[in-house]
Design a binder for this molecule. Structure first.
Ligand SMILES: [Zn+2]
Length: 366
Protein backbone atom coordinates (compact mmCIF):
# COMPACT_ATOMS: atom_id res chain seq x y z
CA UNK A 1 0.00 0.00 0.00
CA UNK A 2 1.24 3.47 -0.80
CA UNK A 3 1.52 6.37 1.59
CA UNK A 4 -0.50 9.51 0.91
CA UNK A 5 1.03 13.00 0.98
CA UNK A 6 -0.79 16.32 1.03
CA UNK A 7 0.83 19.71 0.56
CA UNK A 8 -0.36 22.95 -1.03
CA UNK A 9 1.77 25.99 -1.85
CA UNK A 10 -0.87 28.29 -0.33
CA UNK A 11 -0.20 26.77 3.10
CA UNK A 12 3.03 28.77 3.00
CA UNK A 13 1.26 32.00 2.10
CA UNK A 14 -0.67 32.22 5.37
CA UNK A 15 0.75 35.42 6.92
CA UNK A 16 1.46 35.69 10.63
CA UNK A 17 3.26 39.02 10.28
CA UNK A 18 6.10 40.58 12.21
CA UNK A 19 6.69 39.50 15.79
CA UNK A 20 9.46 38.63 18.20
CA UNK A 21 8.81 34.91 18.86
CA UNK A 22 5.07 35.53 19.30
CA UNK A 23 4.99 39.02 20.81
CA UNK A 24 3.76 41.79 18.56
CA UNK A 25 6.40 44.46 17.90
CA UNK A 26 6.28 47.59 20.00
CA UNK A 27 8.69 50.30 21.04
CA UNK A 28 10.17 47.79 23.49
CA UNK A 29 10.05 44.68 21.26
CA UNK A 30 12.13 44.76 18.09
CA UNK A 31 10.23 43.36 15.10
CA UNK A 32 11.33 39.97 13.83
CA UNK A 33 9.71 36.88 12.38
CA UNK A 34 6.72 35.24 14.04
CA UNK A 35 7.59 31.81 15.48
CA UNK A 36 4.84 30.21 13.38
CA UNK A 37 6.02 31.06 9.89
CA UNK A 38 6.35 29.18 6.64
CA UNK A 39 10.01 28.17 6.94
CA UNK A 40 9.66 24.92 8.91
CA UNK A 41 6.96 23.62 6.60
CA UNK A 42 8.73 24.74 3.42
CA UNK A 43 11.99 23.12 4.50
CA UNK A 44 10.19 19.87 5.44
CA UNK A 45 8.61 19.85 1.97
CA UNK A 46 12.01 20.69 0.42
CA UNK A 47 13.87 17.91 2.22
CA UNK A 48 11.18 15.47 1.10
CA UNK A 49 11.82 16.60 -2.51
CA UNK A 50 15.61 16.39 -2.20
CA UNK A 51 15.38 12.93 -0.65
CA UNK A 52 13.34 11.71 -3.63
CA UNK A 53 10.64 10.41 -1.30
CA UNK A 54 7.90 12.78 -2.50
CA UNK A 55 8.01 11.13 -5.93
CA UNK A 56 7.22 7.74 -4.40
CA UNK A 57 4.13 8.86 -2.49
CA UNK A 58 0.53 9.24 -3.62
CA UNK A 59 -0.20 12.97 -3.92
CA UNK A 60 -3.52 13.84 -2.36
CA UNK A 61 -5.02 17.14 -3.47
CA UNK A 62 -6.36 19.72 -1.02
CA UNK A 63 -10.05 20.39 -1.43
CA UNK A 64 -11.15 23.30 0.74
CA UNK A 65 -13.74 22.41 3.36
CA UNK A 66 -16.99 24.36 3.22
CA UNK A 67 -18.41 26.66 5.84
CA UNK A 68 -20.87 23.89 6.69
CA UNK A 69 -17.96 21.50 7.20
CA UNK A 70 -16.31 23.97 9.59
CA UNK A 71 -19.63 24.33 11.40
CA UNK A 72 -19.54 20.62 12.27
CA UNK A 73 -17.14 21.80 15.00
CA UNK A 74 -17.05 25.60 15.00
CA UNK A 75 -19.50 28.28 16.01
CA UNK A 76 -21.02 30.02 12.95
CA UNK A 77 -20.37 33.50 14.38
CA UNK A 78 -16.71 32.67 14.87
CA UNK A 79 -16.39 31.34 11.31
CA UNK A 80 -17.93 34.47 9.82
CA UNK A 81 -15.77 36.74 12.00
CA UNK A 82 -12.61 35.07 10.67
CA UNK A 83 -13.95 35.20 7.10
CA UNK A 84 -14.76 38.91 7.36
CA UNK A 85 -11.34 39.79 8.80
CA UNK A 86 -9.64 37.58 6.20
CA UNK A 87 -11.51 39.30 3.38
CA UNK A 88 -9.97 42.53 4.64
CA UNK A 89 -6.46 42.92 5.96
CA UNK A 90 -6.61 40.09 8.48
CA UNK A 91 -6.68 40.28 12.26
CA UNK A 92 -6.28 38.06 15.31
CA UNK A 93 -8.41 34.98 15.91
CA UNK A 94 -7.99 35.75 19.62
CA UNK A 95 -4.94 35.06 21.68
CA UNK A 96 -1.62 34.72 19.77
CA UNK A 97 -3.26 33.96 16.43
CA UNK A 98 -2.56 36.73 13.93
CA UNK A 99 -3.43 36.17 10.29
CA UNK A 100 -3.50 38.10 7.05
CA UNK A 101 -5.66 38.57 3.99
CA UNK A 102 -6.87 35.25 2.58
CA UNK A 103 -6.05 33.14 5.61
CA UNK A 104 -9.68 31.96 5.80
CA UNK A 105 -9.37 30.26 2.42
CA UNK A 106 -5.95 28.84 3.31
CA UNK A 107 -7.25 27.49 6.61
CA UNK A 108 -10.15 25.85 4.73
CA UNK A 109 -7.56 24.21 2.47
CA UNK A 110 -5.57 23.01 5.50
CA UNK A 111 -8.63 21.39 7.06
CA UNK A 112 -9.51 20.09 3.59
CA UNK A 113 -6.04 18.56 3.08
CA UNK A 114 -6.36 16.80 6.42
CA UNK A 115 -9.85 15.58 5.52
CA UNK A 116 -8.69 14.41 2.09
CA UNK A 117 -5.83 12.30 3.48
CA UNK A 118 -8.19 10.84 6.07
CA UNK A 119 -10.72 10.08 3.34
CA UNK A 120 -8.06 8.37 1.20
CA UNK A 121 -7.00 6.20 4.14
CA UNK A 122 -10.59 5.30 5.02
CA UNK A 123 -11.41 4.57 1.37
CA UNK A 124 -8.39 2.29 1.08
CA UNK A 125 -6.82 4.40 -1.68
CA UNK A 126 -3.67 4.66 0.43
CA UNK A 127 -2.45 2.63 3.38
CA UNK A 128 -1.58 5.64 5.55
CA UNK A 129 -0.78 9.30 4.99
CA UNK A 130 0.46 12.70 6.09
CA UNK A 131 -1.02 16.15 5.54
CA UNK A 132 1.69 18.82 5.75
CA UNK A 133 -0.78 21.62 6.40
CA UNK A 134 -0.65 25.18 7.72
CA UNK A 135 -2.10 26.92 9.69
CA UNK A 136 -2.09 24.26 12.42
CA UNK A 137 -5.27 23.32 14.25
CA UNK A 138 -5.03 21.54 17.59
CA UNK A 139 -5.48 24.63 19.81
CA UNK A 140 -8.54 26.00 17.97
CA UNK A 141 -11.72 25.73 20.00
CA UNK A 142 -15.36 25.90 18.98
CA UNK A 143 -15.67 29.69 19.14
CA UNK A 144 -12.09 30.92 19.19
CA UNK A 145 -8.73 30.43 17.57
CA UNK A 146 -5.74 30.03 19.85
CA UNK A 147 -2.03 29.37 19.71
CA UNK A 148 -1.51 30.01 15.98
CA UNK A 149 -4.54 27.82 15.08
CA UNK A 150 -7.62 29.14 13.25
CA UNK A 151 -9.75 26.02 12.76
CA UNK A 152 -9.51 22.52 14.17
CA UNK A 153 -8.16 20.64 11.17
CA UNK A 154 -8.37 17.23 12.83
CA UNK A 155 -11.81 17.63 14.48
CA UNK A 156 -13.31 19.00 11.26
CA UNK A 157 -11.73 16.18 9.24
CA UNK A 158 -13.00 13.51 11.65
CA UNK A 159 -16.54 14.91 11.74
CA UNK A 160 -16.67 15.38 7.96
CA UNK A 161 -15.37 11.87 7.30
CA UNK A 162 -17.61 10.29 9.90
CA UNK A 163 -20.59 11.69 8.04
CA UNK A 164 -19.30 10.05 4.84
CA UNK A 165 -17.77 6.78 6.03
CA UNK A 166 -19.76 6.11 9.17
CA UNK A 167 -16.88 4.58 11.10
CA UNK A 168 -17.28 3.81 14.76
CA UNK A 169 -14.22 4.78 16.78
CA UNK A 170 -11.27 7.09 16.22
CA UNK A 171 -8.23 7.58 18.44
CA UNK A 172 -6.09 10.72 18.27
CA UNK A 173 -2.52 10.66 19.58
CA UNK A 174 -1.21 14.23 19.80
CA UNK A 175 2.58 14.32 20.22
CA UNK A 176 2.93 18.08 19.77
CA UNK A 177 4.75 19.50 22.84
CA UNK A 178 1.74 21.71 23.62
CA UNK A 179 -1.58 20.45 24.95
CA UNK A 180 -4.12 19.56 22.24
CA UNK A 181 -6.85 21.52 23.98
CA UNK A 182 -8.93 22.11 20.87
CA UNK A 183 -9.10 18.44 19.86
CA UNK A 184 -9.87 17.56 23.48
CA UNK A 185 -12.70 20.07 23.61
CA UNK A 186 -14.22 18.87 20.32
CA UNK A 187 -14.79 15.35 21.61
CA UNK A 188 -14.94 15.89 25.37
CA UNK A 189 -18.38 14.32 25.73
CA UNK A 190 -17.97 11.87 22.83
CA UNK A 191 -16.84 8.32 23.64
CA UNK A 192 -16.47 7.53 19.94
CA UNK A 193 -13.26 9.59 19.80
CA UNK A 194 -10.48 8.77 22.25
CA UNK A 195 -8.22 11.82 22.55
CA UNK A 196 -4.71 11.41 23.95
CA UNK A 197 -2.29 14.33 24.34
CA UNK A 198 1.35 14.01 25.40
CA UNK A 199 2.76 17.43 26.23
CA UNK A 200 5.03 19.52 28.39
CA UNK A 201 3.23 20.22 31.65
CA UNK A 202 1.90 23.77 31.93
CA UNK A 203 3.49 25.02 28.69
CA UNK A 204 0.51 26.10 26.56
CA UNK A 205 -2.25 26.62 27.34
CA UNK A 206 -1.16 27.15 30.94
CA UNK A 207 -4.53 26.19 32.34
CA UNK A 208 -5.26 22.92 30.56
CA UNK A 209 -3.75 19.52 29.83
CA UNK A 210 -4.09 18.06 33.31
CA UNK A 211 -4.93 14.49 34.36
CA UNK A 212 -8.25 15.58 35.82
CA UNK A 213 -9.57 16.50 32.36
CA UNK A 214 -10.92 13.04 31.55
CA UNK A 215 -13.96 13.89 29.46
CA UNK A 216 -17.55 14.36 30.57
CA UNK A 217 -20.87 12.56 30.34
CA UNK A 218 -20.63 9.56 28.04
CA UNK A 219 -17.15 10.78 27.07
CA UNK A 220 -15.80 10.44 30.61
CA UNK A 221 -12.63 8.38 30.56
CA UNK A 222 -12.02 8.96 26.85
CA UNK A 223 -9.66 11.89 27.17
CA UNK A 224 -6.16 11.09 28.41
CA UNK A 225 -3.69 13.85 29.16
CA UNK A 226 -0.07 12.94 29.74
CA UNK A 227 1.61 16.09 31.07
CA UNK A 228 5.36 15.57 31.31
CA UNK A 229 7.99 17.61 33.12
CA UNK A 230 10.24 19.75 30.92
CA UNK A 231 13.43 17.99 29.88
CA UNK A 232 11.98 14.64 28.79
CA UNK A 233 13.97 12.80 26.13
CA UNK A 234 13.71 9.66 24.05
CA UNK A 235 13.41 7.31 27.03
CA UNK A 236 10.49 9.14 28.61
CA UNK A 237 8.50 9.21 25.37
CA UNK A 238 9.17 5.53 24.68
CA UNK A 239 7.87 4.79 28.17
CA UNK A 240 4.73 6.89 27.55
CA UNK A 241 4.03 4.93 24.39
CA UNK A 242 4.68 1.53 25.96
CA UNK A 243 2.83 2.19 29.20
CA UNK A 244 -0.02 4.50 28.15
CA UNK A 245 -0.54 5.12 24.42
CA UNK A 246 -0.34 1.54 23.16
CA UNK A 247 -2.34 0.00 26.04
CA UNK A 248 -5.00 2.69 25.57
CA UNK A 249 -5.22 1.94 21.84
CA UNK A 250 -5.44 -1.84 22.37
CA UNK A 251 -8.17 -1.34 24.99
CA UNK A 252 -10.09 1.09 22.80
CA UNK A 253 -9.78 -0.76 19.47
CA UNK A 254 -10.17 2.21 17.12
CA UNK A 255 -11.12 2.00 13.44
CA UNK A 256 -8.64 4.79 12.63
CA UNK A 257 -5.65 6.38 14.38
CA UNK A 258 -4.98 10.09 13.81
CA UNK A 259 -1.86 11.95 14.91
CA UNK A 260 -1.89 15.73 15.36
CA UNK A 261 1.83 15.82 14.56
CA UNK A 262 3.95 18.59 16.00
CA UNK A 263 7.74 18.40 16.01
CA UNK A 264 8.18 20.93 18.80
CA UNK A 265 9.15 18.27 21.36
CA UNK A 266 12.49 18.06 19.55
CA UNK A 267 15.79 18.98 21.18
CA UNK A 268 16.17 21.93 18.80
CA UNK A 269 12.81 23.58 19.31
CA UNK A 270 12.69 27.20 20.49
CA UNK A 271 9.21 26.90 22.04
CA UNK A 272 9.43 23.53 23.78
CA UNK A 273 11.80 22.16 26.39
CA UNK A 274 11.97 18.48 25.45
CA UNK A 275 14.81 16.53 23.81
CA UNK A 276 13.39 14.24 21.10
CA UNK A 277 15.23 13.57 17.87
CA UNK A 278 14.36 12.05 14.53
CA UNK A 279 14.86 8.49 15.79
CA UNK A 280 12.25 9.17 18.50
CA UNK A 281 9.64 10.24 15.94
CA UNK A 282 10.58 7.27 13.73
CA UNK A 283 10.07 4.85 16.62
CA UNK A 284 6.80 6.43 17.79
CA UNK A 285 5.54 6.13 14.19
CA UNK A 286 6.63 2.47 14.07
CA UNK A 287 4.72 1.70 17.25
CA UNK A 288 1.56 3.42 16.01
CA UNK A 289 1.82 1.58 12.67
CA UNK A 290 2.09 -1.72 14.55
CA UNK A 291 -0.99 -0.84 16.60
CA UNK A 292 -2.87 0.25 13.47
CA UNK A 293 -1.93 -3.02 11.73
CA UNK A 294 -3.15 -5.03 14.71
CA UNK A 295 -6.33 -3.03 15.30
CA UNK A 296 -7.62 -1.31 12.18
CA UNK A 297 -6.11 -2.54 8.93
CA UNK A 298 -3.16 -0.13 9.23
CA UNK A 299 -5.37 2.95 9.02
CA UNK A 300 -3.15 5.75 10.35
CA UNK A 301 -2.93 9.38 9.25
CA UNK A 302 -1.18 12.48 10.54
CA UNK A 303 -1.91 16.18 10.25
CA UNK A 304 0.90 18.66 10.79
CA UNK A 305 0.75 20.91 13.86
CA UNK A 306 3.66 22.77 15.51
CA UNK A 307 7.44 22.57 15.30
CA UNK A 308 9.50 25.74 15.18
CA UNK A 309 13.10 24.78 14.44
CA UNK A 310 13.53 25.51 10.74
CA UNK A 311 16.74 23.48 10.71
CA UNK A 312 15.42 20.40 12.49
CA UNK A 313 11.71 19.93 11.73
CA UNK A 314 12.57 18.58 8.24
CA UNK A 315 14.65 15.70 9.63
CA UNK A 316 11.98 14.70 12.15
CA UNK A 317 9.36 14.89 9.39
CA UNK A 318 11.43 12.88 6.93
CA UNK A 319 11.96 10.15 9.55
CA UNK A 320 8.19 9.87 10.02
CA UNK A 321 7.61 9.75 6.27
CA UNK A 322 10.31 7.11 5.76
CA UNK A 323 8.70 4.98 8.44
CA UNK A 324 5.15 5.45 7.13
CA UNK A 325 6.20 4.59 3.58
CA UNK A 326 8.73 1.89 4.41
CA UNK A 327 11.23 3.63 2.13
CA UNK A 328 14.61 4.61 3.56
CA UNK A 329 16.21 7.47 1.62
CA UNK A 330 19.91 8.41 1.36
CA UNK A 331 19.45 11.35 3.75
CA UNK A 332 20.98 11.05 7.22
CA UNK A 333 19.95 13.32 10.08
CA UNK A 334 23.13 15.33 10.80
CA UNK A 335 21.84 16.35 14.24
CA UNK A 336 21.07 12.84 15.44
CA UNK A 337 24.47 11.95 16.95
CA UNK A 338 24.49 15.25 18.83
CA UNK A 339 20.98 14.97 20.28
CA UNK A 340 21.23 11.25 21.05
CA UNK A 341 24.32 12.03 23.10
CA UNK A 342 22.62 14.55 25.37
CA UNK A 343 22.68 13.56 29.03
CA UNK A 344 19.20 12.82 30.31
CA UNK A 345 17.94 11.02 27.19
CA UNK A 346 17.12 7.82 29.15
CA UNK A 347 13.99 7.77 31.33
CA UNK A 348 14.64 9.62 34.61
CA UNK A 349 13.00 8.67 37.94
CA UNK A 350 10.88 11.83 38.24
CA UNK A 351 9.67 11.33 34.66
CA UNK A 352 8.72 7.72 35.45
CA UNK A 353 6.70 9.02 38.42
CA UNK A 354 4.79 11.46 36.18
CA UNK A 355 4.09 8.69 33.65
CA UNK A 356 2.88 6.33 36.38
CA UNK A 357 0.35 8.96 37.51
CA UNK A 358 -1.02 9.28 33.96
CA UNK A 359 -1.10 5.49 33.60
CA UNK A 360 -3.91 5.40 36.15
CA UNK A 361 -6.16 7.05 33.55
CA UNK A 362 -6.16 3.89 31.42
CA UNK A 363 -8.88 2.46 33.62
CA UNK A 364 -11.43 4.79 32.02
CA UNK A 365 -10.97 3.33 28.54
CA UNK A 366 -13.09 0.37 27.51
ZN1 LIG B 1 3.00 22.94 19.60
Amino acid sequence: MTTGWNFHELYLWHETGAAAQFFQPSLTIEPGEHAENAATKRRFRNLMEVSGLTDKLAKIASVAVSEDDLALFHDRDYISRIKTLSDGRGGDASYLTPFGHGSYEIACLAAGGTAAVMDAVLSGDVGNGYALVRPPGHHAERAQGMGFCLFGNVPVAILKNRAKHGFGRVATVDWDVHHGNGTQSAFYADPSVLTISIHQDGLYPHDSGFHKERGEGKGEGYNINVPLPAGCGHGAYMSVFERIVLPALYRYQPDLIVVPSGFDASAADPLGRMMLHSASYREMTRMLMQAADDLCGGRLMMSHEGGYSAAYVPYCGLAVMEQLSGIRTHIDDPFLPVFEGYAGQPLQPHQADAIARAEELLGGVE
